[in-house]
Design a protein around this ligand. Structure first.
Ligand code: TXA
Ligand code: MG
Length: 344
């Protein structure tokens, strides 16, 4: 891919929203802020543009993209049916960190859906993204704006670290307030199925939908012959250079375990409360154990900080609570660890 200059635009600079929208109207792509993570956006209805998104990320073409629209009223433009359940979810959670999988309309290119008969749609809750979306006047396909396999970007600088010179522009809209990607729920199955935990919790979904199944890929590694509901869930993801191991247990026991391994340069990803227990070790904290919002906001930045050639293994403290936003944090960490968990 030819090296070019990536414009660093700011959502608070007059004119930059319009610059980003202009790039998109002209068939280009641009990284935009959302409340979950930064997205790499382009016209969802143009297969060539969608191809450019996959190429810039280095993303496998069998992993479909989320289509972003400005409101639930735009759903019929991209989906064949809008069931009552979709309207109920939209009323409860949009704009916000929820993606709904529905039967797709033919105008949505195969490249967006990776050939599936469904399309994933969401209305993001970031004013700058919505302003660009309205000014561009087309639905925007936007995967997370990272190189495939890396942690999702929660700042414009993360996007630059991964994609500088590979995309025309990034629009800086501040750090992402949620910090993990949207929840993905499939409404084409009965009962509905959670494909990826995220900013809207399973408990919140059940309040609106009643029964909701959980796709097996959310909690465990898929065997080679198994197919996850969300194709993206099968890929190793969020992973720094060094292998990650989740270690369940109390902080002092985890610290003893790390020291016992006798490794050249272990690093520890832990809670703010843990620094004393891990004193003397190379430590990166990602938030408070009692505050799942802080953990979600800090996780990807911490994983990026640990992506260093000198680190030989990363031992991660991970919430064992499996409700609310804790479920999304645990899922992302388990994926970073390729589901390697030790208990001490
Ligand atoms: O928060 C988010 O969702 C961010 C921001 C930018 O909106 N986007 C994001 O996109 O995380 P991406 O491409 O990194 O993840 C999309 C996930 C993948 O796991 C993909 O397999 C799944 O959604 N997905 C997309 N279309 C689908 C479909 N039709 N059926 C099932 N899963 C689908
Ligand atoms: Mg992604």
């Amino acid at each position: 891919m030819p090296k070019r200059v990536t414009a660093f635009l700011s959502a608070s600079r007059p004119g930059d929203i319009e610059k980003a929208a202009g790039i998109l109207r002209d068939g280009g792509i641009a990284a935009l802020p959302t409340e979950t993570v930064y997205g790499l956006a382009g016209n969802a209805l143009d297969p060539a543009v969608v191809g450019a998104i996959y190429a810039a990320k280095g993303r496998p073409s069998d992993n479909p993209l989320i289509v972003h629209v400005a409101s639930a009223e735009d759903l019929p433009a991209v989906v064949r049916e809008v069931p009552d359940a979709a309207m109920a979810l939209a009323a409860a959670f949009w704009p916000g960190p929820l993606t709904i999988v529905l039967p797709r309309r033919d105008v949505v290119p195969d490249r967006v859906t990776a050939g599936l008969d469904t399309v994933a749609v969401r209305v993001p809750a970031h004013e700058a993204f919505l302003a660009v979306l309205r000014a561009a006047g087309v639905p925007l396909a936007a995967p997370s704006a990272n190189r495939a396999g890396s942690p999702s970007p929660t700042t414009a600088q993360h996007v630059m670290d991964d994609l500088d010179g590979r995309i025309p522009a990034v629009l800086d809209g501040g750090p992402a307030t949620v910090g993990v990607e949207s929840t993905v729920v499939d409404l084409t199955t009965t009962p509905p199925r959670l494909l990826r935990p995220g900013g809207v919790s399973l408990e919140q979904l059940r309040e609106v939908l009643g029964e909701v199944d959980v796709d097996p890929a959310v909690v465990g590694e898929m065997r080679d012959d198994e197919v996850p509901g969300a194709p993206g869930m099968k890929y190793r993801h969020y992973a720094p250079a060094a292998p990650v191991v989740v270690v369940d247990g109390e902080a002092p026991a985890v610290a003893a375990y790390v020291r016992e391994q006798g490794l050249a340069h272990p690093a520890v990803l832990c809670f703010d409360e843990d620094t004393e227990a891990f004193a003397g070790l190379d430590v990166v904290t990602y938030g408070s154990q009692d505050d799942p919002q802080s953990l979600a906001r800090g996780l990807f930045d911490a994983l990026r900080a640990l992506d260093r050639p000198d680190v030989t293994r990363i031992f991660a403290r991970c919430p064992d609570a499996d409700d609310g936003l804790y479920r999304a944090v645990r899922n992302r960490l388990l994926k970073a660890a390729a589901f390697r968990v030790e208990s001490v």
